[in-house]
Design a protein around this ligand. Structure first.
Ligand SMILES: *Cc1c(COP(=O)(O)O)cnc(C)c1O
Length: 382
């Protein structure tokens, strides 16, 4: 197979040509006027994506760095955190807080399910003394392909008064996230997921309540000190040397997004997710996530009986140039995942399902190899 690849994993995702080229310009002074113009345009564009009037900081780090920034700027050692987890990334958020000395209470839900807003309401109602300082949640759990309903959970946490910190790394752009309306205090995203940009940037949006909490927070921080970021942002700069090419790529990505329209972009992701699920089911395979909360960004599929997941993905990659993701953590050998976020079109969805069918048949599964693609086409046309 030549180097042509369909990268159908939940990040890094495929990058449009115009975004690739936007990162190929000559280097410039990161404290000069061209960079200021780009940073200002990116910050304004990100505010529209996060649907917030708060501050948005562009950090040079992977998404996890953005999560770390959220933790250390909002909390003090000893603070009690209620960490809601439905998978690997929810657990990681909690681990960061523990690393910096927070007391973390976990509220876990089974893998494949979403967090139950009523259980969250119940736990917060028991906290009469308001000891819980912050609640952590993942909007889209990439390891299982499940979305949490933040339009319900945000107001519940808001009523209690704790800060709500959201890992939106694989959700922003792929699904609606109304930060201000849903009372989300801090939302973190990353460049290499639905934003269609190479890895290297994270985005941390800070609402009004969170900006006030930041002044009281005592966890140690230096590189990720958002007060520093704020002082520089007003001058159109970042405190440390940023990943300059990625900022230009972000500007181009945001322009493409404005052209498509945010609502149209969410609808496209929902439509492709539905077509993918219909295709998977038509091949006789089993979805991990309950369909009521199945992700618009990534679909998790149980490896069929008798098929070795790693061998299947190897054949998909080497013979057909389609790259799928395996499972993470305890799901490592149990599932494979199809990413359908970012720069993905109908052709990619149909081809992926067709080649999954063909490959599984070659590996000995009794299946109509065209059934998945047919069902996906029907779903796309309906
Ligand atoms: C990808 C991802 C992360 C981690 O991001 P990195 O860029 O690898 O640090 C965290 N949370 C979620 C939900 C993700 O999808």
């Amino acid at each position: 197979m030549d180097e042509k690849q369909l990268l159908m994993i939940p990040g890094p995702t495929m990058v449009p040509q115009s975004i690739l080229l936007a990162g190929a310009g000559p280097m410039i002074n990161h404290r000069g006027p061209e960079f200021k113009a780009a940073l200002d345009e990116c910050t304004a564009g990100l505010k529209r994506v996060f649907q917030t009037s708060g501050d948005v900081y562009i950090l040079t780090s992977s998404g996890t760095g953005g999560l770390e920034a959220a933790v250390v700027n909002m909390l003090s050692p000893g603070d009690l955190v209620l960490s809601i987890s439905i998978g690997v990334f929810g657990d990681r958020f909690a681990t960061i807080a523990e690393t910096y000395g927070a007391k973390v209470e976990k509220l876990d839900f089974p893998m494949g399910s979403a967090a139950d807003p009523e259980k969250i309401r119940k736990r917060l109602a028991e906290d009469a003394k308001k000891q819980i300082k912050a609640v952590f949640i993942t909007q889209n759990e990439t390891s299982t392909g499940v979305m949490n309903d933040l339009s319900k959970i945000g107001p519940i946490v808001g009523e209690h008064g704790a800060l709500l910190l959201v890992d939106g790394i694989s959700s922003l752009v792929a699904m609606d996230c109304q930060m201000d309306k849903w009372r989300l205090d801090v939302v973190v995203a990353g460049s290499q997921k639905a934003f269609m940009i190479p890895p290297g940037l994270s985005f941390v949006a800070v609402g009004e309540r969170a900006a006030a909490a930041m002044k009281q927070a005592k966890m140690p921080r230096f590189y990720f000190d958002l007060a520093q970021a704020q002082r520089y942002l007003v001058q159109g700069q970042t405190p440390w040397t940023p990943a300059v090419p990625q900022v230009f790529q972000l500007r181009e990505g945001l322009r493409l997004l404005e052209k498509e329209g945010l609502r149209n972009c969410f609808a496209r992701h929902a439509r492709f997710a539905r077509a993918t699920r219909e295709g998977v089911k038509a091949l006789g395979l089993t979805l991990l996530a309950e369909e009521s909360c199945a992700s618009n960004a990534v679909t998790s599929v149980r490896n069929p009986e008798g098929i070795d997941g790693a061998a299947f993905r190897k054949q998909m990659r080497e013979k057909y140039g389609v790259v799928l993701a395996g499972g993470q953590g305890v799901l490592k050998d149990a599932i494979f995942r199809i990413g359908h976020l970012g720069y993905v079109g109908e052709a990619d969805i149909i081809a992926t399902l067709a080649l999954i069918g063909l490959c599984l048949k070659e590996l000995g599964l009794k299946v109509d190899p065209a059934a998945g693609a047919s069902a996906a086409i029907r779903a796309l046309g309906s």
